[in-house]
Design a protein around this ligand. Structure first.
Ligand code: FAD
Length: 438
């Protein structure tokens, strides 16, 4: 038995590690030169950047487990902080040193920038959702749910709204309330440390894909970067995987490319249903604006929110990763900023930071990275395909397959692990059935 994994993003790497851990020889195909997919290092002349600034949370248990398994120590590679929600000059809320769920209620009680009635409004929402076990009878938009629960306008604007955009990369008016509640259930309403915020202290390739590739190679896996797969087909009991350089046969194939990349690989007639489901997806962008200031420039916190559509969150890469004076700013989801040239966008983001923070020197250089299809739009009732496909031996993995979470690293990793287990178990079942019938 051997296995191929197509796609070296977090899902594909998680699948490869899971298959190799079960003793299978694995070949990993990645079209790009760098592993990591939508969470990868981007080497620029001025500095090593990431294609996007990423936040992890304590609830990312599978990501943390696999990091540990491959020797990427989360305690060293991530800055872990108790949950803190800080919109500069507007609102700040920090988890209290109490067990869950009192940590958040205590945080609300001690929050700055919220009236008593706003705190009660947020606490009532959490209590009502907890009583309903974070389940809705029918999905709806986050905005509709917040209206139904009569949430105070400022709490929607500065807490639930930005939380929804940060987690689902979809505006509250379009975002799935059920997926939003899944995130609340597992992060802010679960064990205290599940809500911890974890910020990478290294680039996103070195965070997990790099150490995982080393771990895989040490177990005999073949990692083919710069190798694009152009076709997957049935070949008797096995599957054939065609790339520009070769055609090889595998017993198991995990297709772990992004949903907008998968259509050309799902051409077998058995896969028409999966392909149709994925073709209905729409996508949302994320823009990352890197501004290099003089080396001693610091933000008041490693991660800081702003009441500005042009600077939702800013990250101090000096404090986090030793890249002194480098500030990374995230703009999630669609918006007017998409129409701006990168230079204009960078200038306006720098102006927005200056307006919020006061004196800031002019940036020395800037770099904008626009991921136009950063994630699928996480809309109410969106149907997502499962891991197993009707083509024996082929499974799908990625942040977009059916699961509780929106498109995140954790969704990708869980999907990769689940796809690997599902394939092995299906083969096992088929073999047992055949043996019984003989
Ligand atoms: C800018 C940005 C910011 C984000 N912020 C966060 C965040 O803060 N927290 C969080 O949890 N998540 C965040 N996400 C989401 C997260 O990065 C993704 O959900 C996750 O990385 C998806 O992983 P994946 O493996 O499913 O897909 P991908 O990362 O897209 O991996 C697919 C891989 O397949 C490769 N490939 C495609 N076609 C082929 C082919 N034919 N042959 C071989 N290889 C192929 C691609 O090159 C790619 O490497 C963000 C995403 C972006 C873009």
């Amino acid at each position: 038995m051997n296995a191929a994994v197509i796609g070296g993003g977090y899902a594909g790497i998680a699948a490869a590690v899971t298959l190799a851990a079960r003793g299978l020889p694995v070949t990993l195909y990645e079209a790009a030169r760098t592993l990591g997919g939508r969470a990868r290092r981007v080497d620029r002349a001025e500095a090593a950047l990431d294609n996007g600034l990423h936040i992890l949370i304590g609830a990312y248990r599978e990501t943390l487990r696999l990091m540990r398994l491959v020797g990427a120590d989360p305690d060293r590679l991530l800055l872990r902080m108790p949950f803190e929600w800080r919109i500069h000059g507007v609102l700040s809320l920090a988890a209290a040193a109490l067990p869950a769920p009192l940590h958040l209620l205590g945080g609300l009680a001690g929050a700055r920038g919220m009236s008593v009635s706003e705190r009660l409004s947020a606490a009532r929402f959490l209590a009502t959702m907890r009583r309903a076990r974070f389940r809705l009878d029918g999905d709806m938009s986050v905005a509709s749910l917040l209206r139904r629960e009569r949430q105070a306008e400022r709490i929607v604007r500065f807490l639930w709204g930005p939380l929804c955009v940060a987690a689902l990369n979809t505006a509250p008016g379009e975002a799935s309330a059920q997926v939003f509640l899944n995130v609340l259930r597992d992060c802010v309403a679960a064990a205290r440390d599940a809500s911890d915020i974890m910020l990478p202290r290294t680039d996103l390739t070195a965070l997990f894909p790099g150490p995982a590739a080393e771990w895989l190679r040490a177990r005999g896996a073949t990692i083919l970067t710069g190798e694009r797969v152009v076709g997957i087909g049935a070949a008797g009991e096995a599957l054939s995987v065609r790339s520009a350089g070769s055609e090889r046969r595998f017993d198991h194939v995990v297709c772990a490319v992004a949903p907008h990349q998968v259509a050309s690989l799902l051409v077998a007639p058995e896969l028409a249903g999966c392909a149709r489901l994925i073709a209905r997806f729409t996508y949302q962008p994320i823009h990352s604006v890197y501004l290099q200031y003089p080396g001693d420039t610091r933000l008041p916190a490693p991660m800081l929110g702003f009441d500005s559509p042009l600077a939702q969150w800013a990250f101090d890469r000096g404090a986090l990763a030793g890249q002194g004076g480098l500030i990374g700013v995230v703009i999630s989801a669609r918006g007017g900023h998409e129409a701006l040239s990168h230079d204009t966008l960078a200038r306006r983001v720098a102006a927005a930071l200056r307006q919020a923070l006061g004196a800031l020197p002019a940036p020395l250089w800037w770099q904008v990275i626009a991921e136009k299809r950063a994630t699928y739009a996480c809309t109410p009732g969106l149907q997502r395909p499962g891991n197993l496909t009707p083509l024996a031996g082929l499974a799908l993995a990625g942040d977009y397959t059916a699961g509780d979470y929106p498109a995140t690293m954790e969704a990708a990793v869980r999907s990769g692990v689940a796809a690997a287990h599902a394939l092995i178990e299906r083969r096992h079942r088929d073999a047992t059935r055949r043996a019984r019938s003989v």
